[in-house]
Write a protein that binds this ligand. Structure first.
Ligand SMILES: [Zn+2]
Ligand SMILES: [Zn+2]
Length: 255
């Protein structure tokens, strides 16, 4: 493709809504999308814990505002490591959700873990999800990443610099045979340092995202994708550094 069609897209690929028990009530799908648009993001992924039930509402508001919303999920493996699963179509994300629900036990205790609110694009409450979404699934990391790939998704190890719920915190290292598409560092770490320490020299692409649970956290860090259009196919090329596409990082300092 002609190089001149390539441009930079600013992406925050790890954002929670009020459906995550730890997500703020103000993080309705509508509010998440509107705040993301105000912060001049081009692409976001809605990634609640083990569920995609607030994604369609966010996609609907995204279409109205011209913001690309990818369906995603932050899945907790059997090892209690968080993995981001990102998809290009809602039907694939829903298939993944079915698989995750089949391997997720327990009921939520709202007073202990927090409320899990499913809302529509108008901020109307549809329901409360009764499952223990914050829990670990019975899916081990190998099977989880394999399944994400079978469903056509990207598998990204979440916040690998965190001392809990990350692959390094749970396993002590990142197994080279996991076939991750990328790793993510939190706003606390510098992506350019990840290769030296956490990845132990492995050539896995690294992104950074906000892991926002509150509106003011959206876009606090982001990853820039230099590519032709805001699609997963292009993002794959950018992560691999192919055909002139690439990723870089931007740290947005909040006032
Ligand atoms: Zn997490
Ligand atoms: Zn998260």
């Amino acid at each position: 493709m002609d190089e001149k069609h390539l441009r930079m897209y600013r992406a925050d690929l790890h954002i929670h809504t009020c459906l995550s028990p730890c997500g703020d009530w103000d993080m309705t799908p509508r509010a998440v999308v509107e705040t993301s648009a105000e912060k001049k993001l081009d692409i976001i992924a809605v990634t609640d814990h083990n569920t995609v039930e607030n994604v369609e509402a966010a996609m609907e508001r995204g279409r109205q505002l011209g913001l690309v919303v990818l369906p995603g999920m932050e899945i907790c493996s059997q090892e209690e490591a968080h993995v981001l699963a990102l998809f290009d179509h809602m039907d694939k994300a829903l298939s993944m959700q079915t698989y995750v629900y089949d391997h997720l036990d327990g009921d939520n205790l709202p007073d202990v873990f927090g409320y899990q609110v499913v809302a529509n694009a108008l901020d109307e409450v549809i329901s409360q999800n009764p499952r223990m979404l914050i829990g670990a699934t019975r899916i081990n990391l190998n099977d989880l990443i394999k399944k994400i790939h079978e469903m056509g998704g990207l598998a990204i190890a979440a916040h690998i610099d965190k001392k809990a719920y990350s692959i390094p915190s749970q396993l002590g290292f990142i197994p080279p045979d996991l076939h991750l598409d990328a790793v993510e560092v939190s706003f606390r770490a510098r992506p350019e340092d990840a290769g030296k320490t956490l990845l132990m020299g492995m050539a896995i692409p690294c992104i950074t995202s906000s892991d926002a649970h509150f509106p003011n956290e959206i876009g606090r860090v982001s990853t820039k994708f230099y590519m032709a259009e805001p699609t997963m196919a292009e993002m794959r090329l950018a992560l691999k550094g192919k055909e002139g596409r690439y990723v870089m990082y931007s740290k947005k300092v909040e006032p």
